[in-house]
Design a binder for this molecule. Structure first.
Ligand SMILES: C[S@@+](CC[C@H](N)C(=O)[O-])C[C@H]1O[C@@H](n2cnc3c(N)ncnc32)[C@H](O)[C@@H]1O
Length: 346
C-alpha cells in the first residue's frame, strides 16, 4: 500500500550516492556511522540551477533524506515540494526533516517509473521544477541488513523498495553466467566481468554479501585488486542497478517530468555513473532539439519542435573542495534544462 505523507522538521540529514557509495560510511577509526550526517551533493549548484523556477510545485523525484528539498524550501518560500521515494526508510527520514514546512512538503512512496499516474493521483498540476538525485542513499548503504554493502555480511537483497519480490539473490544465484557477465559489463564497466561471472556461478549457492565480495576479490587478477578502490565495488553497483531497474525507468520518467514543466520551469538531474549520465544527456538533448535529426549544417526540414533549452551544454561537476571533503560527490554530474512555451520560446 502506498504511503502518502504530509510532513515535518528541518532536522536530520542527507542521503546520497557517490563514486564509492560505501566509502563515507566508514570512519577514520574503521567503525561505521549509522547517522544521517551527510551533505547534499552539489547543493549550491542545484539551488542555483533551480533559482529561476517560477512559483509553484517542484518535483523531487528522489527525495531520500530530504536534504535538497529542505534547502529549496528554505531558500524559496514561493515553492512547494512533491517528494517521491520508493524506500520507506528514506521517506521516514525526509518526513522528519521536512515536517516544519507543513503542507509545502508533500511526500509519497512511489518509484519515479510511475511518475505520470502518481502526479495525477496526487492532483499535482504543472511543475515549476524538478530534481532527480539518482542512486542510493546513506541509510541503504549503512544498514548491513539491506544487503547493499560489500564491507559487511548481509543478505543478498539490495532492494530499494522491499515490497518487490525480486532481490540480489535472484541475480547472484539465478542468472545464467552470460547474463551475469553482461550486466557487470553494461551497468558498471567491469573489465573482469566474465571471470567474476564464472566464479559466482561455480560457487553457487552464494549465501551472503560477504561471500560475494570474497568471490569477486579472488576472481580478479592480483594487480587489479590493488587499484581502483574495493574490488567488489563495481559488481555490487551493477547488481544493485539490475535489482532496482535503475536505468530502465529513467528515460521515461525524465520525458514525463519535462512534459509536465510549465514554461520557464527548470529541471536538474544529478547522476553518478556514465550509464545514467548518457540517458540524461540523450533525453535533455531530445527535448532541446525536438528530436530533430536533420544534418547540423542544414536548416531543420523535419518540423521538429524543441520544448526546452539547455542553459549549459555540458554537465557541471562538483568544485574540487567538495569532492575532497565528500568522496561521495566526486563522480557527480549535474545537467540542467529549462522549459520553453508551446511556441518554442522561453
Ligand atoms: C541520493 S538519494 C537522494 C538524496 C536527496 N537528494 C537528499 O539530499 O537527501 C537517492 C534516493 O533516490 C531513491 N530512488 C532511487 N531510484 C528511485 C526510483 N526509481 N524511484 C523513486 N526513488 C528512487 C533512493 O531510494 C534514494 O533514497
Amino acid at each position: 500500500m502506498c504511503r502518502h505523507l504530509r510532513l515535518a522538521s528541518a532536522l536530520g540529514s542527507v542521503a546520497r550516492e557517490m563514486t564509492d557509495p560505501q566509502a563515507e560510511s566508514r570512519q577514520a577509526d574503521g567503525s561505521d556511522s549509522l547517522s544521517f550526517q551527510h551533505e547534499s551533493v552539489m547543493a549550491a549548484e542545484v539551488l542555483d540551477a533551480l533559482a529561476p523556477c517560477p512559483p509553484g510545485p517542484v518535483l523531487d523525484a528522489t527525495v531520500g533524506g530530504g536534504g535538497h528539498a529542505a534547502l529549496l524550501l528554505d531558500a524559496r518560500p514561493d515553492l512547494s515540494v512533491v517528494g517521491l521515494d520508493r524506500d520507506d526508510d528514506a521517506l521516514a527520514a525526509s518526513s522528519e526533516r521536512l515536517a516544519s514546512f507543513g503542507s509545502r512538503a508533500l511526500l509519497h512512496r512511489s518509484a519515479f517509473g510511475e511518475l505520470g499516474p502518481t502526479l495525477d493521483g496526487l492532483g499535482v498540476g504543472p511543475l515549476s521544477g524538478f530534481l532527480f538525485d539518482l542512486g542510493v542513499s546513506s541509510p541503504q548503504i549503512d544498514v548491513a541488513d539491506r544487503g547493499f554493502s560489500y564491507r559487511e555480511a548481509g543478505p543478498l537483497d539490495m532492494r530499494m523498495d522491499r515490497r518487490q519480490p525480486f532481490t540480489a539473490d535472484d541475480v547472484v544465484n539465478g542468472y545464467p553466467e552470460a547474463d551475469l557477465a553482461r550486466l557487470l559489463s553494461e551497468n558498471a564497466d567491469e573489465r573482469h566481468a566474465r571471470r567474476i561471472a564464472r566464479s559466482v556461478v561455480a560457487a553457487r549457492p552464494v549465501r551472503d554479501t560477504a561471500a560475494l565480495a570474497d568471490l569477486v576479490r579472488s576472481a580478479i587478477p592480483a594487480p587489479a585488486r590493488r587499484t581502483g578502490g574495493h574490488p567488489a565495488k563495481r559488481t555490487f553497483q551493477a547488481i544493485r542497478i539490475e535489482v532496482n531497474d535503475e536505468l530502465g525507468q529513467l528515460a521515461g520518467a525524465l520525458d514525463e517530468a519535462i512534459g509536465r514543466l510549465r514554461p520557464g520551469g527548470r529541471g536538474a538531474v544529478l547522476s553518478y555513473h556514465s550509464g545514467e549520465d548518457r540517458i540524461v544527456k540523450a533525453r535533455f538533448d531530445h527535448a532541446a532539439t525536438g528530436g530533430c535529426a536533420c544534418p547540423s549544417r542544414l536548416p531543420c526540414a523535419c518540423g521538429a519542435v524543441p520544448v526546452a533549452t539547455l542553459p549549459r551544454r555540458s554537465a557541471r561537476t562538483p568544485a574540487s573542495g567538495e569532492s575532497e571533503r565528500n568522496p561521495r560527490a566526486a563522480s557527480a554530474r549535474l545537467r540542467v534544462l529549462e522549459r520553453l512555451d508551446a511556441s518554442g520560446s522561453e
